[in-house]
Design a protein around this ligand. Sequence first.
Ligand SMILES: C[S@@+](CC[C@H](N)C(=O)[O-])C[C@H]1O[C@@H](n2cnc3c(N)ncnc32)[C@H](O)[C@@H]1O
Length: 208
Amino acid sequence: MSTTDAIAFWGGVHAARPAAGNPQPNARLTETVTGLPPGDALDLGCGDGGDALWLARQGWQVTAADISAVAIERLAALAASHGLSDRVITVRHDLHKSFPPSGFDLVCAHYLHTPFDLDRATVLRSAAHALRSGGRLLVVDHGSAAPWSWNQDPDTRYPSPQEVAAGIDLAPETWTLERADAPHRIATGPDGRTAEVTDHVLLIRRTA
Ligand SMILES: C[S@@+](CC[C@H](N)C(=O)[O-])C[C@H]1O[C@@H](n2cnc3c(N)ncnc32)[C@H](O)[C@@H]1O
């Protein structure tokens, strides 16, 4: 499957949904970032932009990256309509091929899963290297499938946060593992249905 297929697939996923007027941030982001001093943040696979907009409202300067032009264009328009254009930069990247320039106090990647080629270990290693000293990398992956997920493959295996950390393979002299666990939460789907889901949460801090 090619990059063109991935762009078409994710463009279709986003276009099939009505544009969100006020997308909400992910719970793991707000619980992790609340109380941190704002700085420069990078949101990988920003989707409809709930995380980017929330970060901007907390005073962060956000770069929001996604493979989908639909997602990026919608988020840029939303940021403008919420008076946050000066705090949210949107960039289109296929992270399989390119990565934004470094210099962040926070990089977050929520549910960056795709049925197409994406070397996540390489992407997340780039994300760790893109941090300034003291900055944090927050990776939140699915640990289970919600009933409304595009991926209903019963054979899907969800790597543990420890396995994801091992795959990134960061030098302990420079990066410290602050969190690696699998909490549950009640999620709400696009049609208002709720279900319990598991998150795989990884928080890494760059110390040098
Ligand atoms: C499951 S959605 C998660 C969106 C958002 N982070 C959230 O938590 O709601 C995955 C996102 O990653 C984006 N994506 C998928 N493959 C990508 C790639 N190779 N490069 C950049 N973004 C990608 C998709 O367009 C989509 O917005």
